[in-house]
Ligand binder design. Structure first.
Ligand code: ADP
Ligand code: MG
Length: 578
């Protein structure tokens, strides 16, 4: 509990009541609500808050940059369904954390960014305080909710509101502003304890309406070529058993979005991952489960979806998601566990598996694509191309399905997503809805901390550059993280040149860089590899030892393509070739 007032000199009868303060109330409020870990960067005014939290039994993981601490908190939220906590200093630290908070909100990850801030009186009169900034106002448009606490007695309520806002309904990022003065404010310890709130049922079940369930079943029943698409909302929901039962009982082929891979194994007979273009084009009824029809699904229209008329069923906790891009014939609003269970209950003995014509067409396409890919993945070229290197890593995950795979980059991301099969839920963590770069080391750290499982982070050299300093953090906490850098000397490729001959091209890095040396600088293991066999051996060794390892995988600088698979999003100048 809180510090005692200095009373030892006085007689017992006039002893002052025990006091607590803002520091202790924040820590007690988090602990009371089952928060075990804080990700952050220390500094004014929250240095002591971190120290005291650690002394009080919370795990406090200190990063080298707030954006990385924030990304770690966000993915911790995704993995645990509890809000991940990020703690930063004021103004610049807050702004660094804010990128992660906005990204968490975009991805529907529950997270709370707690930032210390300067004196309200000075900030509001713009009198130039140390790190002066109206942080609450700036955070508001970029997150799901934002709160500020001014009185120690309100800390309990403030933390409770932040937790509920982060995890209830569609999860997201919440900002909690704690002015420096609040932390040292004292109050009666007994009253302080009473002021804390234990949040009951923070993310209540949201039961779908019966008629909405029936409407969805009616649409599904009449399908000739049905398809289920899982998004990361489905993996977040942790309704794994019900989801598997729905897939297997219905017999409907399924397609996982990137982070939903492994919800059911990619090798499941109903998985249509290897026939993605075919099922998107030819399906007639598509049931989206925790996946949005955003750019990642071509907004539900255009060439990707073919000309065959389609009906969409959408399961989502957010009613406003319906019809966001196209008409949804059967919106099913509720939490995924409850919706899937209700659908299962409604599928009686008259339920018929989809026509064999559809499922066997998918199987034929899958077999064809898998056979086409096999020799590319088995190639032993040195320096490696992306496929040769990924073929090796694909075997690692096959042999160690327990491993968490973190993945970012351009080609490194796009190709790994297709090549590396996943076997278990929530094992693939990647760049998400924004396609953000620089999540790699922070996701790896949080995944290791939250799950205790080994982590393999496969990163492009460019992506790694946004977050590379956290290798020190990985070494400091001795985490079982193996980072593989696909080093092709640049962004997309390492072969571009400046047409004027003056500078390096805008997309290239130092040729022949040795990222493995960065890990060695902090006492970790660094390895340089040039062939798929060497790569496989080095990763196996790293995962067996559990030692922080960075493998510099030399990729042919000419191997990549512009923007990976999304080159079409680059605007082209019509004047370019003049
Ligand atoms: P992906 O990028 O994998 O397609 P998205 O992030 O686009 O996934 O979509 C996830 C969706 O899941 C969001 O619309 C979100 O509202 C929804 N969602 C998240 N958690 C739940 C839940 N427990 N129940 C229902 N829907 C959820
Ligand atoms: Mg590169």
């Amino acid at each position: 509990m809180g510090p005692k007032a200095a009373t030892s000199e006085k007689p017992a009868a006039t002893e002052e009541p025990e006091l607590t303060d803002g520091f202790h109330l924040v820590i007690d409020a988090l602990k009371l609500n089952g928060i075990e870990t804080i990700y952050g960067v220390p500094g004014i005014p929250i240095t002591d808050l971190g120290r005291m939290a650690q002394a009080d039994g919370l795990r406090v993981i200190s990063f080298r940059h707030e954006q990385n601490a924030g990304n770690a908190a966000a993915i911790a939220g995704y993995l645990t369904k509890k809000p991940g906590i990020c703690l930063t200093v004021s103004a610049p630290g807050f702004l660094n954390g804010l990128t992660a908070l906005a990204n968490a909100t975009t991805n529907c990850f529950p997270m709370i960014l707690i930032s210390g801030s300067s004196e309200r009186e000075i900030v509001d009169l713009q009198q130039g305080d140390y790190e002066e900034m109206d942080q609450l106002a700036i955070a508001k448009p970029l997150c799901k909710a934002a709160f500020r606490v001014l009185h120690a007695a309100d800390i309990g309520i403030g933390v409770a509101r932040a937790i509920r806002a982060a995890v209830s309904g569609r999860p997201g990022g919440v900002y909690l502003d704690l002015p420096a003065k609040l932390l040292s404010q004292t109050m009666n310890a007994v009253a302080g304890k009473k002021s804390l709130v234990k949040v009951i049922d923070a993310a209540p079940d949201q039961i779908p309406a019966k008629h909405a369930v029936q409407r969805a079943l009616d649409v599904l029943k009449n399908a000739k070529r049905p398809l289920i698409i899982f998004g990361k909302g489905a993996s977040y929901a942790q309704a794994d058993d019900a989801i598997r039962e729905l897939v297997e009982k219905s017999g409907i082929p399924f397609l996982p979005m990137s982070m939903a891979k492994g919800l059911l194994p990619d090798t499941h007979p109903q998985c249509a991952g290897a026939a993605r273009s075919t099922v998107l084009k030819d399906s007639d009824v598509v049931m989206l489960i925790g996946a949005r029809l955003n750019w990642l699904l071509s907004h539900g229209k255009g060439k990707t979806w073919g000309s065959a008329p389609k009906k969409f069923i959408q399961i989502d906790i957010e009613p406003r998601e319906m019809d966001s891009n196209i008409e949804i014939a059967a919106p099913l609003v509720g939490d995924i566990g409850s919706c899937v269970t209700a659908l299962l209950e409604g599928m009686d003995s008259t339920w018929q598996a989809p026509p064999a014509e559809w499922t066997s067409a998918i199987k034929a396409k899958k077999d064809e694509n898998i056979a086409k890919m096999a020799p590319r993945l088995a190639n032993t070229k040195s320096p490696m191309d992306f496929h040769g290197a990924l073929g090796a890593l694909r075997n690692v995950i096959k042999e160690r399905p327990d491993t968490i795979l973190v993945n970012e980059g351009a080609n490194t991301l796009d190709l790994a997503r297709g090549v590396i099969d996943m076997y278990q839920p929530r094992k693939r963590l990647d760049v998400g809805t924004w396609g953000i770069m620089g999540i790699g080391t922070s996701f790896a750290i949080a995944a290791a901390i939250e799950t205790g499982k080994p982590v393999l982070a496969v990163e492009g050299d460019s992506a790694f550059g946004f977050c590379g300093m956290e290798v020190e953090t990985i070494c400091r906490y001795q985490l079982p993280v193996c980072i593989v850098i696909f080093n092709n000397d640049g962004i997309y490729r390492g072969t571009d040149t400046d047409p004027t001959g003056r500078d390096p091209a805008t997309t290239v890095f130092v040729k022949g860089s040795r990222y493995d040396k960065m890990m060695e600088a902090f006492g970790g293991v660094g390895v340089n590899v040039e062939s798929p066999a060497e790569l496989k051996r080095a990763v196996d060794e790293a995962l067996n030892s559990g030692k922080p390892t960075l493998i510099n995988a030399v990729i042919d600088p000419a191997a990549g393509t512009e923007s990976g698979r999304i080159g079409n999003l680059n605007p082209q100048s019509v004047l370019k070739k003049k």
